[in-house]
Design a protein around this ligand. Structure first.
Ligand code: GLY
Length: 325
């Protein structure tokens, strides 16, 4: 058996026996080259991948797959970093950010939206039904209402309780949920070779009211170039914005780096800019997929996992490599 075949077998076996793979000692991650379709998402998102896979495996469009995939955690009240059930800002308001992009660089985005469970679908409507790329705040909400999206209360009892607990000390340290869940970034390559991506979040818990992270910003939380590849991000959004992280990764791939090398360079760039001492505290992770089906993933801290689906590795949760062990 050659080494890549044995690596593939190892991956399959580990997935079956443990569900989560520890690949920190392997330089080449899951070998997906030439595989189609592919969907990859941040964190343990097997249900979201399953929804996307149902579309991709029946000849569907990558754009539909990432939208439907992203809607799964958006609608799940137990996911406290996305959509319904998302932890609120420090004023107790759930404010959502999302964006979507296709293989032709069509893109749509909404930021600081309140009262709508599925910002990813509003972002898609911005892309398809307006001459704009991004709508924010009240304007985005007016647009959503005009498009027939249903207004609802997104603050669940559990998230309200957690916020009230936070209020007792009101320590202003907005955080993400390392190791558990966070922003959902999803990238897909369909059977026709079309790439798309989606990114959706309720942002940092207890953030300042009005704060917008990387997730709705094309080039920061998500970027897709149908000729090259796509990238998405999760973690402290300010850091991805600072280096235009997802766009940087796609440009590095254009220059010949593999998705893995490109993700590693983006993380190292964050670390160079912030210094190791500060960067250790920052949870920043990137995921990339090129048009050949190769994937890459890398993070600052060792808490990042992602979910991969290909014809021979269905909904496998993989631990990413990281700069700090
Ligand atoms: N990465 C999501 C955020 O910072 O809001």
């Amino acid at each position: 058996m050659n080494s890549s075949a044995s690596r593939r077998n190892f991956l399959r076996l580990s997935a079956l026996t443990t569900g989560i793979l520890s690949l920190s000692h392997i330089k080449v991650w899951a070998n997906t080259e030439g595989k189609k379709p592919v969907v990859v998402s941040t964190w343990n998102n097997t249900l979201a991948n399953t929804a996307a896979w149902n579309i991709l495996s029946s000849q569907g469009y990558a754009l539909d797959a990432v939208e439907q995939g992203a809607r799964v955690p958006e609608g799940n009240p137990k996911e406290t970093s996305v959509g319904y059930g998302g932890l609120p800002d420090r004023d107790g308001k759930v404010t959502l950010d999302a964006c979507i992009m296709d293989e032709k660089s069509n893109c749509g985005s909404v930021a600081f939206v309140q009262g709508y469970k599925h910002p990813i679908s509003i972002a898609r409507a911005v892309m398809e039904k307006t001459p704009h790329v991004m709508l924010a705040g009240k304007g985005a909400e007016q647009f959503a209402a005009a498009q027939g999206f249903k207004k609802e209360n997104l603050l669940t009892k559990e998230s309200e309780k957690a916020w009230k607990e936070w209020l007792k000390k009101s320590e202003y340290k907005p955080y993400h949920n390392p190791g558990q869940h966070d922003t959902i970034g999803m990238l897909a390559l369909d059977l026709q070779g079309r790439l798309s991506g989606a990114c959706t979040t309720s942002g940092m818990a207890y953030k300042m009211h009005g704060r917008v992270g990387d997730s709705p910003i094309i080039g920061a939380g998500l970027y897709v170039d149908g000729e090259i590849g796509a990238a998405t991000a999760t973690g402290v959004g300010e850091e991805m914005i600072r280096i235009a992280g997802s766009h940087t990764i796609v440009e590095l791939m254009r220059q010949g780096r593999s998705p893995q090398e490109a993700c590693e360079e983006a993380v190292k760039r964050v670390i160079r800019k912030r210094g190791e001492a500060k960067a250790k505290e920052l949870n920043v992770a990137f995921l990339a997929l090129d048009i050949h089906g190769n994937i890459g993933a890398y993070s600052t801290t060792d808490t990042f996992i992602y979910t991969l689906s290909t014809p021979d590795q269905l909904h496998v949760v993989i631990r990413s490599g990281s700069y700090f062990k």
